[in-house]
Design a protein around this ligand. Structure first.
Ligand code: AMP
Ligand code: GLY
Length: 404
């Protein structure tokens, strides 16, 4: 099979790595890809959101399957453009991707499907959560515990969106639950946790994610199936009834409250950096499962989770999430890889033949091991050997999970 992967982040590098192990893969292409993906396939200078150019590329390559990694092209309707032209796509239509693209739509679907989620509030009063509707790369949500935080959040949210939602503040631990979906059926993947705040101890601003680990204690296959029955499957049914069946990865961000799991948000794709921890734990044929899901026939999948654990640490630019770093030389990846660690590129570029920084989240260092503690130790040992000017990472990724 010839596969075209859309996107250029660490999640897409992890997808490229996993897909390149598929028995049926003949050619892997990426648009636009990154220097890490270029070691596994051919990168094409086509923007991930340029549906017309993607369609032309898929045509010229005679692509058998397009896999869309990020949310922005899906919400923009890239999958529809390709599908209308007869190109098979793993990724939801614009209509189904609204589950991520519009928080008010997601709330409406959850209400109709009877899925537990935070209650909306008609006025902002502490404590509450204020959300800018629409995609904001994890930066449009403000947790407010007093009036001053509410005032700041309302002003900030107004600069991001015309539509603002207020909801009750939920307390508990967060977990990410992913399912491969074929429009009607959901296939469970390992649970993961990510670390959204910029600083250690979950302090500082929200980011796209500073690290992740998988699996999560207490969430084996039986527990995940229970969550899929309560959350993912009713939402799939509701989207199908509305004429927008969901094909792709449905990702539920849950808060484990004293009253049970409640949905914080849905995403229409793999988490980044959760995918970097989750995909190395899968044994079997991801491409086969994606192909079956795309054809609407995901009756079973040759995919199982190993008993291992994985930890991913994000190496970020000094100013992330406020700023990016461009053009600084990166050292030490080869020795980390030689030690058996996976290094997924997120924001890198080639300057001549030198690898340099090119973004906010620069690299993802992923290690597997028998336990979370084991994987964590290996991941951090590898981080020590990598460097670029201003490199910054959280030292407490998966620390609690490693200690219980
Ligand atoms: P979202 O983009 O909706 O997932 O929100 C990003 C992050 O904000 C979540 O991962 C939570 O940490 C936090 N968050 C969102 N909604 C709530 C809520 N109702 N209660 C508490 N925290 C929330
Ligand atoms: N890691 C959070 C996300 O991908 O949305």
């Amino acid at each position: 099979m010839k596969v075209l992967l859309v996107g250029s982040g660490g999640r897409e590098h992890a997808l490229a790595w996993k897909l390149s192990q598929a028995p049926k893969l003949e050619e892997l292409h990426a648009a636009p890809g990154n220097p890490g993906i270029a070691a596994l396939g051919t990168c094409h200078p086509v923007h991930a959101e340029d549906g017309e150019a993607l369609l032309a590329l898929a045509g010229s390559l005679a692509t058998d399957l397009v896999v869309v990694g990020p949310d922005a092209p899906l919400v923009a309707g890239v999958a529809d453009e390709l599908r209308q032209a007869g190109v098979p796509v793993f990724g939801p239509s614009r209509g189904a991707a609204r589950i991520e693209g519009s928080k008010s739509f997601a709330k409406e679907v959850m209400r109709a499907a009877g899925v537990p989620t935070a209650e909306p509030l008609s006025v902002a009063r502490p404590p509450c959560v204020i959300k800018a509707d629409g995609l904001a790369a994890g930066k449009g949500v403000f947790v407010c515990r007093d009036q001053e935080e509410i005032d700041i959040a309302l002003r900030a949210a107004a600069t991001l969106s015309d539509s603002i939602l207020v909801e009750e503040l939920l307390e508990g631990e967060e977990i990410s639950i992913f399912a491969l979906c074929d429009g009607a059926r959901a296939f469970a993947l390992p649970a993961a946790q990510d670390f959204k705040r910029a600083e250690e101890g979950d302090a500082g601003p929200n980011t796209g994610g500073m690290g992740s680990y998988s699996p999560v204690r207490g969430f084996g296959l039986a527990e995940i199936e229970g969550l899929l029955d309560a959350i993912h499957r009713p939402v799939l049914d509701e989207l199908a009834v509305r004429g927008t069946p969901f094909v792709g990865v449905l990702y539920a961000g849950l808060m484990l409250t004293d009253d049970g799991p409640q949905v914080l948000e849905f995403n229409c794709r793999f988490g980044d950096p959760e995918a970097q921890s989750l995909l190395p734990l899968l044994e079997g044929d991801l491409l086969g499962a994606m192909t079956a899901a795309t054809a609407g026939g995901l009756l079973s999948a040759d995919l199982t989770a190993t008993k291992n654990a994985a930890v991913t640490v994000v190496l970020a630019a000094e100013d992330y999430p406020g700023g990016v770093d461009v053009g600084s030389p990166i050292e030490g990846i080869e020795s980390a890889e030689a030690a058996g660690t996976l290094v997924f590129h997120a924001g890198t570029a080639l300057k001549g033949d030198r690898l340099v920084t090119n973004g906010g989240r620069i690299l993802n260092v992923t290690a597997t091991g028998d336990t979370v503690a084991d994987a964590r130790e290996r991941a951090y040992a590898a981080c020590e050997g990598i460097s670029f000017p201003g490199m910054r990472y959280r030292r407490d990724i998966a620390a609690m999970a490693a200690h219980v």
